[in-house]
Design a protein around this ligand. Structure first.
Ligand SMILES: [Zn+2]
Length: 229
C-alpha cells in the first residue's frame, strides 16, 4: 500500500470516527509506514471534522516530526510507546468514546456481552490515571496496561485500540463502543450483565477478518458521506 493511500486511509478513519462520536476535537489515528521506522498520524491542529490526507503528518518512532513546521498531537507518546512494545501492531487509535469511558468512571467492568464484543475476549483493562499522556514514561504506562490485548481504557479520559491495519483499528473502535453501549444499558437495568460464554467469545472473535473490516468500513464511509477528491 502506498504512503499516499495510507494518508487517505488515516484521514478517512479519523473523519468516520468523528462522525460516530468516538473522537471529538481531539483524538488521533496513526499507522506505521511499512519498511520504515516511521508513522503517519493526523496533525495536532487539523479539525477532526474536516481534515483530509494533506493533514496527515509523518513522525519517527520517538515522536519527532519529519517535516518542518509540523505539530504532532500532544499525546503522540501513546502511539510511539505502543509501536515500541508491540511489533505486531500497525495502527493505533486514541478515542474519546463516551460510553466506554463512562463505564470506567462508574467502576463497572468491561466485559464482552454482544456477539462482536468477543473480539475483546482477552479483556479490556483500565488504566487508573485520567491524565494527559505527554511523556514517553506515560506512554509506556499505557502500553503496559494494554499488554498483548486489542484495547485498553484510560479512566475518565478515553481509550486506545490497536490493530494490524487502519481498517482493522476502525472495526475494533466501532465495536469497543457498541459493546459498551449494550453493557451500560444492561448495568442500568440492574442486576449483573450476562457476559458471552467462553465458547461464544471465541466463536465471535472470528469476525476479526479482512472481509468484515471492509464491510464495516464501506458501510460507514457511505453513511458518513466522507469523500476526498
Ligand atoms: Zn487523550
Amino acid at each position: 500500500m502506498s504512503e499516499e493511500w495510507l494518508r487517505t486511509e488515516v484521514a478517512m478513519c479519523v473523519r468516520m470516527l468523528e462522525v460516530l462520536g468516538l473522537v471529538d476535537f481531539s483524538g488521533h489515528v496513526s499507522c506505521r509506514i511499512p519498511g520504515r521506522e516511521r508513522l503517519l498520524i493526523n496533525s495536532w491542529g487539523a479539525s477532526r471534522h474536516g481534515l483530509g490526507p494533506e493533514d496527515i503528518v509523518e513522525s519517527d518512532l520517538d515522536g519527532k516530526p519529519i517535516e518542518a513546521g509540523v505539530i504532532l498531537p500532544s499525546e503522540i507518546a501513546i502511539h510511539t510507546s505502543v509501536y515500541h512494545h508491540r511489533p505486531d501492531v500497525h495502527a493505533v487509535a486514541h478515542l474519546h468514546p463516551p460510553v466506554t469511558t463512562a463505564l470506567s468512571i462508574a467502576g463497572k467492568a468491561y466485559v464482552p456481552v454482544m456477539h462482536h464484543g468477543g473480539i475483546f475476549h482477552e479483556g479490556v483493562h483500565v488504566h487508573d490515571d485520567c491524565g494527559h499522556v505527554h511523556s514517553p514514561e506515560k506512554g509506556d504506562a499505557i502500553a503496559r496496561v494494554l499488554g498483548p490485548r486489542r484495547a485498553m481504557i484510560m479512566r475518565g479520559h478515553g481509550a486506545v485500540v490497536v490493530a494490524e491495519s487502519v481498517k482493522a483499528v476502525f472495526f475494533g473502535s466501532v465495536y469497543l463502543e457498541d459493546n459498551a453501549k449494550k453493557l451500560a444499558d444492561a448495568y442500568a437495568m440492574g442486576g449483573e450483565p450476562i457476559p458471552l460464554r467462553e465458547d461464544e467469545q471465541l466463536a465471535s472473535a472470528r469476525v476479526w477478518r479482512q472481509n468484515q473490516f471492509d464491510k464495516i468500513w464501506n458501510y460507514y464511509r457511505e453513511k458518513s458521506g466522507v469523500t476526498f477528491s
